[in-house]
Ligand binder design. Sequence first.
Ligand code: NAD
Ligand code: UDP
Length: 331
Amino acid sequence: MDTKRTVLITGAAGFLGSHLCDRFVKEGFSVIGMDNFITGDKKNISHLANHTNFSFIEHDVTEYIKIDGELDYILHFASPASPIDYLKIPIQTLKVGSLGTHNLLGLAKAKNARILIASTSEVYGDPLVHPQPEDYYGNVNAIGPRGVYDEAKRFQESLTMAYHRFHGLEVRIVRIFNTYGPRMRLNDGRVIPAFMGQVLRGEDLTVFGDGLQTRSFCYVDDQIDGIYKLLFSDYSFPVNIGNPTETTILEFSKEIIKLANSNQKIVFRPLPVDDPLQRKPDIALAKKLLNWTPKISQKEGMKITFNYFKNLSIEQLHRKNHKDFSSYNKR
Ligand code: NAD
Ligand code: UDP
């Protein structure tokens, strides 16, 4: 009999999902990756293709999910995550957070598995409390363009807690703050790949608004470690995982110019609707509960990430078109 513990990871071909697959394979789990590639890339998991502890199912999680055999854990990370992605595929974003989560909770219940779902700092919207602790209810515009993501994630949390309370399902909820690192899509529009792609192509850096809005960036290895610890904790309510080092986007653009040793200019563009003015995690709970704090400094993490993008092919660097979502939008 196989005694290896089995984990299903949705969004496996995406940025965070692929790093989670690596971590769980490394820890000796039998990992089943699932993805429909809507924003992900096969290349992110190609190195695992022949690994005996890894298998992959191409599937849209908003459709009924069938898994043969036992499952011990589920990590639900499938969802568009970049503002330009979820603005282009708003309905798929709402569906994966609602119908997709419902399917995965049902699967967890059927298999008696523990499930961890990927929530986000966007549940706090444009926060009026700073930094954001888990007991802050947020300031979200449900009907604005970002509402499709924020409300999908808020519904996801609500549904997950209902399964916990009503069915006694073992659940974990991670509220992820801006995370970056290798395998992000260079053209996914998020600020770090956007600025790094711009300096590498010799283009001006596009700062939205006056650039005084803040973000707090967490390096991927720290994020994965926090998620791993949360899964094996006994806490069912949401936990923030992020790096509290806060910076303005303008300051940050200057740091990237410095890091790249480039003399590109900064140009200002309109601030997207409902773009949060400030964001910084309060991580007191994660520290206490998980004995977790981020270890990798922004300087170190940025250097690793910049080197990753620098080593992409010329073709990848200049592929400026965003992903083609036309076939999904017809559905
Ligand atoms: P990503 O776009 O790189 O990965 C998401 C993956 O989910 C992609 O591979 C995509 O193809 C897949 N997917 C989407 N819809 C699907 C569906 N219906 N069926 C199957 N697969 C589907 O994004 P990411 O940054 O890796 O984010 C992963 C998760 O973490 C998301 O749930 C996101 O909301 C959450 N999150 C990420 C961040 C961050 O800073 N990276 C911050 C907050 C929350
Ligand atoms: N941003 C920017 N220029 C860009 C891309 C993003 O100034 O080319 C800003 C964006 O307006 C936001 C911040 O950078 O204030 C972070 O944006 P991102 O899309 O990475 O994620 P968000 O934190 O808004 O979800």
